[in-house]
Design a protein around this ligand. Structure first.
Ligand code: PXP
Length: 250
């Protein structure tokens, strides 16, 4: 078995539901049911469920977070922007973990890591409030040594290294550079006693590159799994990615 844990991001199960049911939020027949998806992921071996409650509510809704919190067997990782409205929800619902991410309304998905250098003053009180409530906090950061240092100074438990640039690298040269950055950042974070997670754009093909990053504890993967599920079903899609994660050697 892999020593790497998988968090399945179920946002795009909700995207599909919202495509039909956004104007009928109370419908009992709203398909696909997010909780059924989460349970299948858990049954297939996922170590946690990840959901991003965006301020525009384009996919995950408040009631999704409540239902996941009450019903999943593993852990709930709430991805969220640093806004008062969403912080209040996190403090009420109490996910096991929060991953603070940047959020722009016009973006299709989270585009870059948090600018922890520029935002440390705004991040610090939020981190403390979440931690006092018993929530473990992660910062989604670009893989640079400066950002790892600031994350460590901010006293979070974890960082999630942004793998999007590696995933989208269109030349071998860029791929090599990105991999080297990720490797250095992962080592530095681990030396600062931070749990090191990674996510964004990881799929069945590029996961072999992820194996070259040391010190990882968890991968958070969404789009590739939900897409693959269309062909093979969600349970098999999760099992296949877990298989591809197996034999990770720190
Ligand atoms: N981790 C973070 C912080 C994210 O914002 C996302 C996208 O919502 C993911 C992981 C999952 O990315 P993907 O859907 O590309 O697998």
């Amino acid at each position: 078995m892999s020593s790497l844990r998988l968090g399945v991001n179920v946002d795009h199960v909700a995207t599909l539901r919202q495509a039909r049911y956004a104007t009928m939020p109370e419908s009992k027949n709203a398909e696909p049911d997010l909780l059924v998806a989460a349970r299948i992921c858990e049954r297939a071996g996922a170590g946690g469920i990840v959901a991003h409650l965006r301020s525009d509510r384009r996919h995950i809704q408040d009631h999704d977070i409540e239902r996941l919190r009450q019903n999943i067997m593993t852990k709930l990782n709430l991805e969220m922007g640093n806004t008062e409205e969403i912080i209040d929800i996190a403090l009420r619902i109490l996910p096991d973990e929060v991953c603070l991410v940047p959020e722009k309304r016009e973006e299709i998905t989270t585009e870059g890591g948090l600018d922890v250098l520029a935002q440390r003053k705004e991040l610090e009180p939020t981190i403390r409030r979440l931690q006092v409530a018993g929530i473990r906090v992660s910062l989604f950061i670009n893989p640079t040594l400066e950002e790892v240092d600031v994350a460590a100074e901010l006293g979070v438990e974890m960082v999630e290294l942004h793998t999007g640039k590696l995933a989208n690298a269109f030349t071998e040269k860029i791929q090599k550079q990105e991999l080297e950055q990720l490797r250095c950042a992962a080592r530095a974070a681990s030396e600062s006693n931070l749990q090191v997670n990674a996510g964004h754009g990881i799929n069945y093909k590029n996961i072999s590159l992820i194996h070259q990053i040391p010190c990882l504890t968890e991968l958070n993967i969404g789009h590739a799994i939900v897409s693959r599920a269309m062909w093979v079903g969600l349970e098999t899609a999760v099992k296949e990615i877990l298989e591809a994660m197996a034999n990770y050697d720190e």
